[in-house]
Design a protein. Structure first.
Length: 174
């Protein structure tokens, strides 16, 4: 007779998932490769200051206009409350008008299982991460795309920005 069985808590994946590993302030994170449309340098960023003082928008400091689309550039260090770093790359997200600043791209990796977050993750982290994965013997948080910019935040930010960015935003020079 079986008294109890130990079950692993995990987020079920239909099949393995390709993830992009990126670094930020010395930390390693993963994001679903399918959520990223393009990886590019920081060139073309324009300064942005929301017209409304709302703490939800403190993470947005730049705008990128590319191929007729406007991306709100997320300062990932501010979002994840890690020390500021010298970001060198942008991850342009696929289904959200957001670009994420990262220090570098490490590699792509197949993730077999994403485990549910341990109970120690009790605050904002529960919204930031889909779970954790074991990649080459290291535990890596797998970020949730919705943590960067929700559809509601994107709509509010779009309403705050002028139709043509060329006259309204100053180009950031590196």
């Amino acid at each position: 007779m079986k008294i109890s069985s130990t079950r692993r808590r995990r987020v079920n994946l239909q099949k393995s998932e390709t993830a992009i590993l990126f670094s930020l302030s010395g930390y390693r994170f993963a994001i679903a490769a399918g959520a990223v449309d393009e990886i590019r340098p920081l060139a073309g960023l324009k300064e942005f200051q929301p017209t409304v003082a709302d703490p939800r928008f403190a993470k947005v400091k730049h705008i990128l206009e590319r191929q007729g689309r406007r991306y709100f550039v997320i300062d990932t260090c501010a979002l994840f409350h890690v020390p500021p770093s010298d970001s060198s790359r942008l991850l342009l997200l696929r289904n959200v008008p957001a670009a994420v600043m990262v220090d570098g791209i490490e590699q792509m990796h197949e993730i077999e299982t994403i485990h549910a977050l341990p109970l120690a993750f009790a605050g904002e982290e529960r919204r930031w991460y889909r779970g954790i994965a074991l990649i080459r013997g290291r535990v890596v948080p797998v970020v949730s795309v919705e943590a960067f910019l929700t559809r509601a935040e994107a709509a509010l930010l779009s309403a705050m920005t002028p139709a043509s960015g060329k006259e309204a935003f100053a180009e950031v020079t590196a």
